[in-house]
Design a protein around this ligand. Sequence first.
Ligand SMILES: Cc1cc2nc3c(=O)[nH]c(=O)nc-3n(C[C@H](O)[C@H](O)[C@H](O)COP(=O)(O)O)c2cc1C
Length: 221
Amino acid sequence: MGENDFSRDDIRAMRRSYGDAGLEQLDADPFVAFADWLRQAHENPMIVEANAMVLSTLGTDSMISTRTVLLKDISEGGFTFFTNYSSRKAHAMESNEHVSLLFPWYAMERQVSIQGVVARTSQQESEDYFSTRPWASQIGAWASHQSSPLSSREELEQRYAGAAAKWPEGVTVPCPPHWGGYRVVPLTIEFWQGRYSRLHDRLRYERPDTSANWELNRYYP
Ligand SMILES: Cc1cc2nc3c(=O)[nH]c(=O)nc-3n(C[C@H](O)[C@H](O)[C@H](O)COP(=O)(O)O)c2cc1C
C-alpha cells in the first residue's frame, strides 16, 4: 500500500461553520427564485462557471452515472444543456427520462438540486445554439465520438484536423446530426442554504407532474 500523507484526521479537520444568510422566503415561482440565485452565483468572484451543473442519469445496466454539463438556457419550463446524442448520458436518457441536476455553489454555502424528466430540444433549437458556438468548439463537436473508446490522443487530434480542413475558419460549420440539446423539466427544485450549527434551510418546490401547480415545503436539514 502506498503511504497516504493526507490522513483521516486531515480530512475530518476540513470542517467549516456556515453563516447566517437565512432562507426565510422564496418567490412562489421556482424559476424566478432560481434565476435570482444563478445571477448571484455568477456575480460572486469565488464561483467559477456558475452555470455548471451535475447531471445524474440511470443507465440500462441500472448503474447511475454523473457528470458536469453547462446550463445554456432556461425556457419552456426547463433547464437546457447540449451534448452528443451518442454519448453514454444520451443512451441513458433515451432509455430513462428521469434525471437529476445539482448546482453546487459551495462558496456561497448553497446548492440547488433538481429532479425532473428530460427530452430532446427541437433540432432547430440545437442548430440555433450550435451556430453561436466558437468555431473551435463546433469543429470539436464533429471530431468527438463522445464516450466511445479512443486508441490515442493523436487519433482525436487527427479527426479534429480533418474536420477543420473540411470547414476552415470563416466557413459555416453545420450542426452535427449527433449533437444537440436536452431540456430537463423539473418535478422538484430544492434550495439549500447552509446555516449555523448545521441548522440549514431547505426549501423544496414540488409537484406530482409537470402540469400541476407548485407546492413549496420546508424540510429538516
Ligand atoms: C465544467 C464542465 C463542463 C462541461 N460541460 C459539458 C457540456 O455542456 N456538455 C457535455 O456533453 N459535456 C460537458 N462536460 C463533459 C462531461 O462532464 C462528460 O465528461 C462528457 O459529457 C461525457 O459524459 P458521458 O460519457 O457520461 O456521456 C463538461 C465537463 C466539465 C468539467
